[in-house]
Design a protein around this ligand. Structure first.
Ligand SMILES: *[C@@H]1O[C@H](CO)[C@@H](O)[C@H](O)[C@H]1NC(C)=O
Ligand SMILES: *[C@@H]1O[C@H](CO)[C@@H](O)[C@H](O)[C@H]1NC(C)=O
Ligand SMILES: *[C@@H]1O[C@H](CO)[C@@H](O)[C@H](O)[C@H]1NC(C)=O
Ligand SMILES: *[C@@H]1O[C@H](CO)[C@@H](O)[C@H](O)[C@H]1NC(C)=O
Ligand SMILES: *[C@@H]1O[C@H](CO)[C@@H](O)[C@H](O)[C@H]1NC(C)=O
Ligand SMILES: *[C@@H]1O[C@H](CO)[C@@H](O)[C@H](O)[C@H]1NC(C)=O
Length: 258
């Protein structure tokens, strides 16, 4: 092999390693993964595998002699949709979060052996988020929850105030992940009328959930004013009644003495 030929083949190997296809599908959607082997090889069989931690799981094979073979667990939602030994494609219907991961197609060639190509699939679940807050004794606790797959990432955009944050991550049986982020602010009055924003990043997009903190001092002032007013009214009413009673009593006294 010439020096140039060696360089070329190294570049080719690096390229075939680097060029990994990426596919994205929403949960429940259909997706087609494909592989193409360029060049003149004698291909005996195409094998599609899923890369799992540990070992690869065979999903489907195709050869001229044996035809199509799909493993039992995938038979109802996977099939070859391009039947050619050097140009192969499988389609997955009703994608699940569990389908998320990387796949390999192996071209079993003669006499070169197995030539692999890689494809990665991201199965994403819709983002559901919420934001609310409670104030207790001037302590404000804001809770932002986000449920999705892949794991959403939460960040806060809040006015300058001394605050603390905690985060909890829960993986559900349906494969989705919930992130619950809590923001604690000591003196909620400093946030009155201000906007709290919970920014959730999912699938390289940001979604903002926002809430405006109620103007607590204003509310407090209203309540205080109301109380003062009620007390005033009661005082006036009482004072009038007492006077009437007193004047009635004095009238009675006058009558009695006469
Ligand atoms: C997926 O494929 C099935 C069967 O071909 C079809 O009925 C369904 O509409 C497709 N779903 C989507 C989201 O394209
Ligand atoms: C695939 O194989 C067919 C026939 O076996 C051939 O005509 C075609 O050129 C090949 N495609 C590629 C990309 O090598
Ligand atoms: C899978 O695809 C092949 C050829 O594309 C077709 O003959 C076969 O009926 C399909 N199998 C199912 C279960 O749809
Ligand atoms: C506010 O919260 C902190 C920490 O949770 C607590 O130590 C403090 O007593 C609370 N203050 C009030 C006024 O509730
Ligand atoms: C809340 O206030 C207490 C005492 O006033 C302080 O020690 C604590 O660090 C404050 N916490 C936050 C989140 O500001
Ligand atoms: C998955 O489960 C969690 C917790 O039970 C739920 O909040 C979420 O909506 C579910 N997601 C889907 C797509 O069913």
């Amino acid at each position: 092999m010439t020096y140039q030929g060696l360089i070329l083949s190294v570049v080719f190997i690096m390229l075939s390693e680097i060029v990994t296809q990426k596919k994205v599908v929403e949960v429940g959607g259909n997706v087609t993964l494909s592989c193409l082997l360029m060049g003149s090889y004698e291909i005996l069989q195409v094998t599609w595998q899923k890369k799992n931690t540990g070992m690869n799981e065979n999903l489907a094979t195709y050869s001229l002699s044996k035809g199509i073979n799909i493993v039992e667990t995938y038979r109802d939602r996977l099939n070859f949709t391009r039947l050619s030994l050097n140009d192969t494609a499988i389609t997955l219907w009703r994608a699940r979060i569990q389908d998320d991961g990387c796949y390999t197609c192996l071209f079993n060639t003669f006499p070169d052996g197995a030539i692999p190509e890689h494809t990665c699939l991201t199965v994403y679940g819709e983002l559901r988020g919420s934001l609310h807050y409670v104030v207790s004794e001037s302590n404000l606790t804001a809770t932002c929850s986000a449920n999705a797959w892949p794991r959403p990432v939460i960040s806060w955009i809040v006015p300058k105030a001394e605050s603390e944050q905690t985060e909890e991550v829960v993986t559900h049986p349906n494969g989705t992940v919930s992130v619950i982020s809590k923001l604690y602010v000591n003196s909620s009055t400093s946030l009155a009328g201000q906007l709290l924003i919970c920014r959730v990043r999912h699938m390289e997009r940001d979604r903002d959930y926002s809430v405006k903190v109620k103007e607590v001092p204003w509310l407090l002032a209203t309540v205080v004013l109301l109380i003062v007013f009620v007390v005033l009214v009661l005082t006036v009413v009482c004072w009038r009644r007492c006077r009437k009673k007193q004047s009635g009593e004095s009238l009675f006294q006058v009558e009695a003495s006469s």
